[in-house]
Design a protein around this ligand. Structure first.
Ligand code: DQA
Length: 149
């Protein structure tokens, strides 16, 4: 199957951005790790990070046309602001998992609101870079090819 991994604003800084909160793994390491794991399970994983809402909306719309089966998305700050990105995911109706490195519920009150959670298959948050692995495992499970059969 075809999977898409999307990262929102400032996640290009992973590794140096508030490492005590977000960990030391870089985005390239996370993307590489998930691509390897998806390939090992017989799937193709594409990834994109953008600081621009429009680029993420355009990529989700493209996913609606290119046969993408499943999306993993860390909308980052757009989690709490973006009706446009939410609407794009609703429009393409591709199942997705919402991912966060930190646990937004343990932080400032404004992070407790997500424009995505009610549309998501599920939410994985609070496990650092491992959140992405757990989300991928859940996606593979749903696609019928668990990572550790
Ligand atoms: C985040 C949590 C968001 O509240 C924050 O704006 C981010 C990262 C996370 O992965 O923990 O940029 O999505």
């Amino acid at each position: 199957a075809k999977l898409l991994l999307l990262h929102g604003p400032n996640l290009n800084l992973l590794g140096s951005r508030e490492p005590e909160r977000y960990g030391h793994a870089t985005l390239a390491e996370i993307d590489g790790d998930l691509s390897t794991r998806a390939a090992a399970a017989g799937h193709a994983l594409q990834h994109l990070q953008s600081n621009a809402e429009a680029e993420l909306v355009d990529r989700v719309q493209a996913a609606g046309r290119d046969g993408t089966d499943f999306i993993l998305i860390n909308p980052a700050a757009f989690t709490h602001t973006s009706v446009a990105l939410r609407d794009a995911l609703a429009a393409v109706a591709i199942p997705f998992i919402e991912v966060h490195l930190s646990n937004p519920h343990a932080r400032e009150p404004f992070r407790r609101t997500s424009y995505f959670s009610d549309l998501a298959v599920g939410v994985v948050a609070g496990f650092g870079a491992d959140s992405y692995r757990y989300a991928l495992d859940a996606a593979l499970q749903r696609l019928g090819t668990p990572a550790n059969p």
